[in-house]
Design a protein around this ligand. Structure first.
Ligand code: EPZ
Length: 429
């Protein structure tokens, strides 16, 4: 729900004083998919390390609407019981807010033979089509109709059949959807040009521990042998740490830390960022599941960034990285190759004093180093919202960031964690 809350941030004016420890929480984009995967289970399933964020609450609402019961426990645990799942229509008002809602279509169709949903929502970062989903369902034998702006998908009487799908574009949500649909399909499903993000490999690992037969997740070819409803493994499933949260904290540290320790993360998942920041001159060291970062004394050097599917530079860290580049000496090109609407925040950074020139909807040139000044800002989407928090934290003077709702969608009480390491940030109603 829109709350109208805002963040008020007193910037550090370029001082590098952040210090202490900041813990990374469970990954939004893993938690949402694990919640959808519960539909594949014959008994109740317990998930842990679920972040307490808006998108998770929306997904829980969607599931409850399908007669799925959800019980929240202490410390981020959640038990989902899908034994009585009967409904197959995803409510429009929630689905329109949540791109991940589309991922529910795969398991629901595979289990109950029917699903209907509106065009899914989520961050406004480009067209975000669903053509590959509709084509994939058809290849698995389903009939797809569009009725009053709702997609109605029906599996054949004997259920979905395994199929060979080649994704024209690597898509995280399409890969997850069809990997899950394949678990309850007849025969073998082969996914080629599959996305390779760590959240996909983790989901497959968990499904396999529960009785699924998935080979190759984490590579570009995934083979799924159809099986029966899954059984929840002992000990449930712990959501993988959020690599985008870890990456954002790392960028903040690279800009403003005297000595910052990022804990509870998987450093390997942000290898491309560590490599890029190190090249720019940031001192980073990795031990086990922690990353230590110190901002360089003099300005880092410019570095070109091109977003790429995993393990390349993540599109979700492109906005915070652009903030970093405003503080680097020289010209950097930022090339957003995945979404066409994901550089729409740069004008706001220019208003803070950055020098960023837009070449076309996919490319900008950042010229640094430019001091930033605090401003009133509107957070346009989740990741750019956090990028504004980082920009405001290093700027001189006060910033007010509106539409905090966008940031709450993906980051749990981020202001409390940032305050603990020295960012002067407060939430105002
Ligand atoms: C997932 O989005 C994430 N969302 C995004 O995170 C993330 O930015 C993105 O992957 C890339 O890593 C979730 O996991 C819920 P895609 P997704 O389908 O799956 C094209 C965040 O802030 N495409 O991998 O929606 C599409 O246009 C969000 O947490 C088609 O052409 O992205 C894009 O160019 C934002 N047809 C490309 O594929 C389709 O049917 C990749 O999109 C589907 C996608």
């Amino acid at each position: 729900m829109e709350t109208g809350e805002r963040f008020v941030i007193e910037g550090l004016a370029g001082k590098k004083t952040l210090r202490g420890t900041i813990a990374v929480h469970g990954a939004k984009n893993s938690a949402l998919k694990a919640m959808a995967a519960a539909v594949l289970f014959k008994n109740s399933l317990t998930l842990s390390n679920i972040p307490d964020i808006e998108d998770v609450r929306h997904m829980a609402d969607l599931l409850e609407h399908l007669s799925i019961s959800i019980a929240r426990g202490a410390a981020g645990s959640m038990t989902i019981d899908t034994r009585f799942v009967s409904k197959t229509d995803l409510t429009a008002d929630i689905s329109k807010r949540l791109r991940a809602s589309i991922v529910l279509a795969g398991p629901l169709l595979a289990r109950l033979g029917h699903v209907s949903f509106p065009h899914p929502g989520g961050c406004v970062i480009g067209a975000r089509p669903i053509d590959m989903f509709l084509e994939g369902f058809k290849k698995m034998g389903a009939a797809v109709r569009v009725k009053e702006k709702t997609y109605v998908v029906r599996a054949p009487k004997r259920g979905l059949k395994g199929a060979a799908l080649f994704f024209r574009q690597q898509s995280v949500t399409a890969t997850e959807t069809f990997m899950m649909a394949g678990v309850l399909a007849r025969g073998t499903t082969i996914l080629k040009n599959a996305a390779m993000e760590p959240e996909i490999a983790h989901l497959a690992l968990f499904l396999n521990r529960s009785g699924a037969r998935i080979i190759g997740a984490g590579t570009s070819t995934i083979i799924v042998k159809g099986s029966a409803l899954l059984s929840a493994p002992r000990g449930g499933y712990a959501i993988v740490p959020d690599r985008l949260e870890a990456g954002s904290f790392l960028i903040l540290g690279a800009l403003a830390a005297r000595d910052l320790l990022i804990t509870h993360c998987v450093p390997e998942h942000v290898a491309s960022l560590i490599e890029t920041l190190s090249y720019a001159g940031v001192s980073i060291s990795v031990t086990g599941n922690t990353i230590r970062v110190r901002a360089p004394k003099s300005a880092p050097r410019a570095v070109d960034v091109k977003t790429h599917e995993y393990p390349g530079f993540p599109t979700d860290l492109q906005a915070p990285m652009t903030v970093f580049l405003t503080q680097a000496n020289g010209e950097s090109m930022v090339f957003e190759t995945i979404f066409e609407g994901r550089l729409n925040y740069v004008e706001e950074l220019n208003r803070m004093g950055a020098d960023i020139r837009t070449m076309d909807p996919h490319r900008v040139i950042v010229r640094g180093k430019t001091p930033l000044r605090g401003r009133e800002l509107e957070s346009p989407d989740l990741r750019a919202g956090l990028a504004f928090v980082i920009a405001a934290a290093i700027a001189s003077g006060r910033s007010v960031i509106h539409t905090v709702y966008n940031i709450d969608r993906g980051y749990e009480k981020v202001e409390e964690r940032l305050r603990n390491i020295g960012v002067k940030i407060s939430r105002m109603a």
